[in-house]
Design a protein. Structure first.
Length: 335
């Protein structure tokens, strides 16, 4: 029988692509998503429509912070592994919205963790973020670097997730793997992220906001590369001799890896590539850099490649062209 895998945040950007890949290889997938309106839910509904057309996909529209609802799903379904991608995202939410980070990223994650413990899940993979490194990290960022100075609450909750997962691994021998994603982009991406947002504004003739002098650099990572790493990692749970840092053995079956391209690119360069792909120039407004924004993100991926082999890393030019091709199709534009 094919294995059954739970994917939380199944209608989200990375979740959608991950579920599709699992379904294509023959897994039975159960998806959870609350269809939150952080961005236009039409995009989530359209992703979900594609997934629900697959015979080996089951979907539950529930919030992970509702403990009783999560328990029901775990009790009804017989999961082997869990890929936890649901979260309240974004680094610039106003303080009035901060409770969403606490509710989804802390309470919700604790519900997933404990359900995995109760049902003896063989491997929990969960999404962390490059933002955990904060302003103290020196590029390229290594997992063993100190990550105790987050610059925003989102990053703080993601670092807390890593510590929560480690504690469960240590106490209950629950195999956990945290994946620190670096600026993911691609087809079906989030409209609030730079690639989608800049494309939208260039197409419509609106000005795009570029922070600082545009030399802020990000390790842009194509979504297919992220998913490829997730799929390979599913079959590689840590054992009790692997520690969080890899520097010393403990009895906690816990590990953390970076997933990025390893090639930081400036925002100015990103805008130029989008302009080239669209065949249209951007109107740019330079704005002061927000305090919560890191100057650079740059993934050291050697530990990950030691585990799963050479990481597929799509060139940014190719990834932007693939995104723009999807964008034109999705928005019914003439090419």
């Amino acid at each position: 029988m094919p294995s059954k895998i739970l994917v939380t945040g199944a209608a989200g950007f990375i979740g959608f692509h991950t579920v599709l890949r699992l379904l294509e290889r023959g897994d039975n997938v159960v998806g959870i998503d609350n269809m939150d309106a952080y961005y236009d839910t039409k995009l989530k509904e359209d992703r979900l429509t594609i997934l629900e057309g697959k015979t080996n996909f089951t979907f539950y529209r529930i919030p992970i912070e509702e403990h009783a609802e999560v328990v029901k799903v775990f009790e009804k379904e017989d999961f082997v592994r869990v890929i936890h991608l649901a979260a309240q995202v974004g680094v610039r939410s106003p303080p009035s919205e901060f409770h969403r980070y606490v509710s989804s990223n802390l309470l919700g994650f604790s519900n997933i963790l404990d359900s995995c413990r109760v049902h003896r899940i063989k491997h929990l993979i969960y999404a962390s973020s490059s933002s955990v490194y904060g302003h103290m990290a020196e590029p390229p960022f290594r997992v063993e670097d100190t990550a105790n100075h987050p610059q925003n609450l989102y990053a703080a909750t993601k670092r807390a997730n890593e510590l929560m997962a480690y504690s469960y691994s240590y106490q209950y021998q629950l195999p956990t793997t945290g994946l620190r994603f670096f600026t993911v982009y691609g087809p079906w991406g989030r409209p609030d992220m730079a690639v989608y947002s800049f494309t939208d504004k260039i197409v419509s003739g609106q000005a795009i906001e570029v922070y600082g002098d545009g030399e802020i650099a990000r390790d842009f990572t194509y979504v297919d590369d992220i998913v490829e790493a997730i799929i390979k990692m599913v079959e590689k749970p840590p054992d009790s001799q692997i520690s969080e840092s890899g520097s010393m053995a403990t009895k906690a079956p816990s590990q953390i890896f970076n997933i990025g391209s390893g090639r930081p690119v400036s925002v100015n360069r990103l805008v130029s590539l989008i302009e080239d792909s669209l065949g249209k120039k951007a109107v740019i407004q330079f704005k002061p850099q927000p305090a919560e924004d890191m100057q650079i993100t740059h993934a050291d991926i050697r530990d990950l490649e030691d585990m799963i082999g050479t990481l597929q890393t799509t060139q940014l030019e190719d990834g932007i062209n693939q995104f723009v091709t999807w964008y034109r199709s999705y928005h019914h534009m003439d090419s």
